[in-house]
Structures are given as structure tokens and as C-alpha cells.
Design a protein around this ligand. Sequence first.
Ligand code: MN3
Length: 202
Amino acid sequence: MGKFELPALPYDYDALEPYIDKMTMEIHHTKHHGGYVAKLNAAVEGTDMEGKSLEELLTNVSNHPVAVRNNGGGHYNHSLFWSIMKPNGGGQPDGDLADAINSSFGSFDTFKETFNNAAATRFGSGWAWLLVQDSKLVVGSTPNQDNPIMDISDLKGTPILGLDVWEHAYYLKDQNRRPEYIENWLNVVNWEEVARRFKEAK
Ligand code: MN3
């Protein structure tokens, strides 16, 4: 197995305008995510971690250096993040995912409120998640680049939707207004991809 690589975005940097601006997307992808990939490769190179999959590293991250937790988490989280967004996204899911959201949260609006609250109240840098936990849907958040597949995480399960609430994800356009960023982001969610991940996680 080769080195970890920065995945290409499945759309152009300006494709999520006006909700997420081009400059934020470009810096976020090339500099931030690119940085996590480079530092992850540097951390595993020449060690017995070399050749292990990202999932293997993160599910046993308590046994690895903190650089793997931070940069491996950063690589996993951002790879998921790019894939669950698309131009002309938003709206609501349908099918099995819609049913599961209704049965776990009561309605899509209640889910949205719960998710937005988790994202808005995560103090400092971190991520808000919709995840499958014991075959149920749960909303929560993690600090820094932690995520629910890590053995050290308090919140555990298979993430199917993740929102980056680090300031680098929104500061250029929305400055300190995180709730505005969250509302904007809901217009670019790729619910088809979230539904695909849900099906895979069950
Ligand atoms: Mn980020």
C-alpha cells in the first residue's frame, strides 16, 4: 500500500458558491487537508504503521503517536466532508435515511435543530456528526480532528455526515458567525451520499 494521498474534490472550488466561497474551499482543500496528509505520511514513514489503512490506524489510535490522531483524523474527516457536499445540494433525504431520521429524532426539523445545536455549541475547533451507533442514528460532536471511529473517542459509531466547525472552514466569509455558516452549509449537503453511507453502515 502506498502513501496517503489528498483526494481530488468531486467539484470545482467555486461550485459551492454562494454558500461556501471559492477561496475558503481552495485553501481548506490544498493547505489544510493537504497539510494533514503530508504530516500523516511523515508520521507513519519508516514505522510499523506504514502500510496500514487509515481505518486501521484510527480504530487503534490510542496505540499511536498524537500526530496520527491529529493528522490521520484530519485526513479521514476532510475526505468524508468533501464527499457529503455537492452543488445544488440541500433539501431533505428520502427513503430509508428519511425514515431513520424520523424514527430517531421525530422529524427532519428536529434532527436539524439537534445537529445545528451540536455544531454551534462545540467549543473551539471540532466536528459535528450524524452517526450510526448500535444501528440507531445519533448526533454528537468531537474536539479537534477526533472522530467517532477512534478508540479514544467518547462518541463512537460510524459517521455518515460530518460538519467541520473549525474557524478555517468559514472565517474568510462568515468571520465569527458560525450559525450562519451552518445554515449556509445545509444548502450544499449531498443527501444521496449520506444515504449511501447509511446503507453501508447498517
Ligand atoms: Mn477543516
